[in-house]
Design a protein around this ligand. Structure first.
Ligand SMILES: [Zn+2]
Length: 186
C-alpha cells in the first residue's frame, strides 16, 4: 500500500509539473497523463505521446505520454539528468537520449493541444520550441540551446514524410519567426 501511495504521489507531481509547461505552450489549461505502475507493466504502445481530436478537429484538454516519455521528462526536472554535452561530444547513454526525446515529445503534444493537427507542422513547431521547453524544465540555458541545436540538425536531416516537411527551415512556411534568419529558435 505504501509503495502504491508513494508511486501515485510521484506520478501526480510529475504530471502537474509537465502540465505547467504544456499549458504555457498550448495557451490554455491542459493536463498531462502518465501511465500508472500497473498500466506501465503492460504498456505496449510504441507512441511517445498522443492527443485525441474530436470530429470537428478540436483537441482534447489532455495529452497522454508513454511511460518512457514520462520518465525521461521526470529525470530532467528532478535534476537526475543534468548534463547534455554528450549531444555534441558523442557517447550519450540511453537516459540522455530518452530525456531529449521526452522534451521534444512534450513540445510536440503541446502544439497539438494548441490546435495544430498536421504532424509535420506540429513537429516543426516542436523543433523551434524545444529550447524553451527544456529551459522551463530547469535545463541550463546553455544545455537547452545545445539540445535545440542537436534536435534541429536531426530534424533537418530526417527524410521528408508525414513528420518532416521541407517547409521546416528558416524562412519556410513553418518558420515561427520568418523575419529572423536564426534557427531553430528565433
Ligand atoms: Zn503528433
Amino acid at each position: 500500500m505504501l509503495f502504491s501511495a508513494w508511486q501515485f504521489v510521484r506520478r501526480e507531481e510529475n504530471e502537474n509539473r509537465l502540465a505547467l509547461v504544456a499549458s504555457e505552450l498550448a495557451l490554455r489549461d491542459v493536463e498531462v497523463s502518465c501511465p500508472g505502475f500497473w498500466a506501465r507493466l503492460v504498456e505496449i504502445t510504441p507512441n511517445a505521446g498522443w492527443v485525441d481530436f474530436d470530429a470537428h478537429g478540436r483537441p482534447d484538454d489532455k495529452t497522454s505520454l508513454s511511460a518512457t516519455t514520462c520518465r525521461g521528462l521526470e529525470r530532467v526536472w528532478r535534476r537526475d539528468q543534468t548534463s547534455f554535452t554528450c549531444l555534441f561530444g558523442g557517447g550519450c547513454d540511453q537516459n540522455t537520449v530518452r530525456a531529449v526525446h521526452g522534451i521534444v515529445t512534450l513540445a510536440h503534444e503541446s502544439w497539438h493541444l494548441r490546435g495544430i493537427v498536421d504532424e509535420a507542422r506540429t513537429q516543426c513547431y516542436a523543433v523551434q520550441t524545444t529550447e524553451h521547453v527544456a529551459a522551463r524544465l530547469g535545463v541550463s540555458r546553455r544545455d537547452a540551446h545545445l539540445i535545440a541545436l542537436r534536435v534541429a540538425v536531426d530534424d533537418a536531416t530526417a527524410p521528408h514524410g508525414e513528420y518532416h516537411s521541407p517547409e521546416c527551415r528558416p524562412g519556410g512556411r513553418y518558420d515561427l519567426y520568418p523575419e529572423t534568419p536564426d534557427w531553430p529558435t528565433g
